[in-house]
Structure formats: C-alpha cells, structure tokens
Design a protein around this ligand. Structure first.
Ligand code: PMP
Length: 380
C-alpha cells in the first residue's frame, strides 16, 4: 500500500509549505536572525493563545510541556486538584505525583467531561489547593472540557490553573487571558501541523511569582533559566531550529485562513465525522455536548474486534486510525480530524471505515455513512 492517510491524533500530516520551510539551511541559534524568528513566532502564538503572557517555545514534546508547568509551580507537598477525563488527565496527575505533590484526583470517567459542580465542591472542600490541572481536549476519548467554566471557578480561589492543550490548541479556541489559564501547554505535532519536537507553554504573572520560589528541583525545565535569555536569544540550550522555521510557516497558514475559520473547519469536520459514524449504527464515545472538534472516539461494533477492524482499514486501504486507550483499549478507535485536514479527509475516513465494516461482515447499508457526512459538509 503506497498511498497512506494518517488519521491519528498526532503526529498529524505536515503541509508542503511547512515541510519546505523546514528545509531551509540551519542557522546558529544565538544570532539576530534566529532571535527575530523567535520574536515573530511568539507574537503569532499569542494570537492563537489569546494572551499577553510570555510564551516559551521549548524543544520538547507535549509531556515535556506538562512537566515544565508542574516543575515550575508545584513544590513537594503542595495540594494539587487533578481533573481527569482520560489517559492524559491521568498523566498530568502522575507528573504532579512524581514531583511529590499531594494530588487529589477527580476522575469523571471515560467519555465524560469535567462536571463543574464537582469542581466547585472540591475547591470548597480543599481551600488550600495550590494548583488545578485540567485537560482542554482529552485525546484518549475525544472529549472537550469547559476550560472557561473551570477557569471561572479557579479564579475564585488563590490556585493556579494549568491546562493541557496538547491536542486542542490550534483546533479548538482557547482564551488564555480571559479564561484565567495560568499556564497553557501544547505541542507541535497535532493541530499545529508540524512534526513532533516543539512544546509551547504560556506563563501568567501569577505563575511567574510561584515559579520564582518553587522548591522542586529543575534544570532543563527551569523557566527562570529560560526567562533570563528569553528576550535576547530565546533559549538557554540549542533549539530545534528547523522546527522553528516550520512553526512560523504553520502559524502563517493558520492566520491566513483566519483563526475563526480554522476553528469552524474543525467543528464542521467533527460534525460530519460524527454524523457518518452514527449513520453506520456505531456508538460514539463522547456525547455531542462535550465532543471534541479535533478527533472522534468510536466504540467498535458488537462482535467485531476494534483492533481487527483497524487492521483492515490500514492494510487494505492505507488509512490509519488510532486505537482505543485506557478503558476503551481494544474496544474502540479514534479518527483524528485536526490540523492539515479538510472535508475530503472525512470522506476518506468514513468510506474506509465502511469498506472495512463490510469486509468484516457487519450489516449496514453501504454508503450510509458517507452520505450522512456529505449532507453535513453540504450544509444540509
Ligand atoms: N496531552 C495530550 C492531551 C496529548 O494528546 C498528548 C499526546 N497524545 C500528550 C499530552 C503527550 O504529548 P507527547 O506525546 O508529545 O509527549
């Protein structure tokens, strides 16, 4: 199978303009030229993050972004309220545990989003919570959380709000300043349409204050160390120079499309994917209310192994979906529609799903899913 369609929630396909930008000759990172690229990238990222806060572009992965947030704000013994809606919420909590925080884990269950009433209750029960951890877009289930609502509750307390936006930022709108997000963490390989390797983290004034006196050991993850050189060279170490070129190209693409249009495109693709899956009689992981616009989680059909189905989709048609994670492992799959993705990608995804279902002996009307997706894409 030569022709391949990557439809996993990261890494995602990279547009030709971004690949071309990354092929430019490497320059030294301690040069005016690199400092200018860095400065432009940060200004453009501020538009995506909707913030005036500092943003650090780190040579790291999404997990590195999360660890950066924790290492700089959580001291040993601090109380951390962790709002968990899947695997990545669990990971955020585990990082806090690795830094010896006293973590209060609230698990809302697979396929559910954060219940604000529960958050309000937990914050009232634990007025000494120092840091709240939340996931904007839970990649393991395809659930999107109400960061605005969580932010409003945390703002009533002295706690910091750290948000994992690794698979959400760039696909789903986030307003860092207005919603009170103290640190927003994201990474390059999802909606930013880049290869893996860059992490982006914004830091509010409040988070800076905590960071200065934080007692956790940190070296590569130390934001004060990065801050010292931020205005001049941007990085204390050697950054992934080529990825910075690519990031500027992908930000230019996003801004040229218009961020509102980028978000509307993701919303349309999600709606079409969900309609297609439903028309095939398959169950969606997330309710419409909290369904992600970046990816769609699907339960496999009764009697047919979800991983076997994925194998047919991959081996026969060259389309890669992601498997289920956590409670959904082996029982479901995930279709990504984030980043460099458009309407025909959804048609390919649903069509490949239908053909694999037909091969696996599932009873349904061939074409029903594609038709339902087309209706949505036609605005009918
Ligand atoms: N958080 C979320 C929500 C993610 O989707 C991912 C990657 N799938 C991560 C964190 C971890 O990112 P990385 O694999 O780049 O470390």
């Amino acid at each position: 199978q030569d022709k391949h369609y990557l439809m996993i929630p990261g890494p995602t396909p990279v547009p030709p303009a971004v690949t071309a930008a990354m092929s430019m000759p490497i320059i030294g990172h301690r040069t005016d030229a690199f400092a200018k690229i860095h400065e432009r990238i940060v200004e453009k990222l501020k538009l995506v993050f909707q913030t005036k806060n500092d943003i650090f572009v780190l040579t790291n992965t999404g997990t590195g972004a999360l660890e950066t947030a924790i290492a700089n704000t959580v001291s040993p013994g601090d109380k951390v309220l962790s709002l968990i809606t899947g695997n990545f919420g669990e990971r955020f909590a585990n990082i806090a545990k690795a830094y010896n925080a006293e973590v209060i884990e609230v698990n809302f269950g697979y396929g559910n989003d954060v219940d604000l009433a529960v958050v309000e209750k937990k914050l009232a029960e634990h007025p000494d919570v120092k840091v709240v951890l939340a996931t904007q877009n839970e990649t393991s289930t395809g659930v999107c959380n109400d960061i605005e609502g969580i932010g409003a509750l945390v703002a009533e307390t002295p706690a910091l709000l750290l948000v994992d936006g690794v698979s959400g930022v760039g696909a789903i709108e986030i307003k860092v300043d207005q919603w009170g997000v103290d640190m927003l963490c994201t990474a390059s390989q999802k909606a930013f349409m880049l290869p893996p390797g860059l992490a982006m983290v914004s830091v509010s004034d409040k988070a800076w204050e905590v960071s200065k006196n934080n007692k956790s050991p940190r070296f590569y993850f130390s934001l004060p160390a990065f801050k010292k050189v931020y205005d001049k060279w941007n990085t204390a170490y050697t950054p992934a120079v080529s990825l910075f070129y690519g990031l500027e190209a992908s930000l230019d693409m996003m801004l040229a499309e218009g961020l509102d249009n980028v978000y509307a495109r993701h919303a349309l693709l999600a709606k079409a994917t969900r309609a297609g899956v439903r028309a095939l009689g398959l169950k969606l992981l997330a309710e419409d209310r909290c369904a992600s616009n970046a990816l769609t989680g699907v339960w496999g059909p009764e009697g047919i192994g979800a991983d076997d189905l994925r194998k047919i989709i991959k081996n026969e048609y060259g389309v890669t979906f992601a498997g289920g994670q956590g409670a959904v492992k082996g029982k479901g799959f995930r279709i990504a529609h984030m980043g460099f993705c458009d309407r025909m990608d959804v048609i390919i995804a649903i069509s490949a799903l239908e053909m694999a279902l037909a091969k696996a002996g599932y009873e349904f009307q061939l074409g029903a899913g594609v038709k339902a997706a087309q209706e949505v894409l036609l605005g009918r």
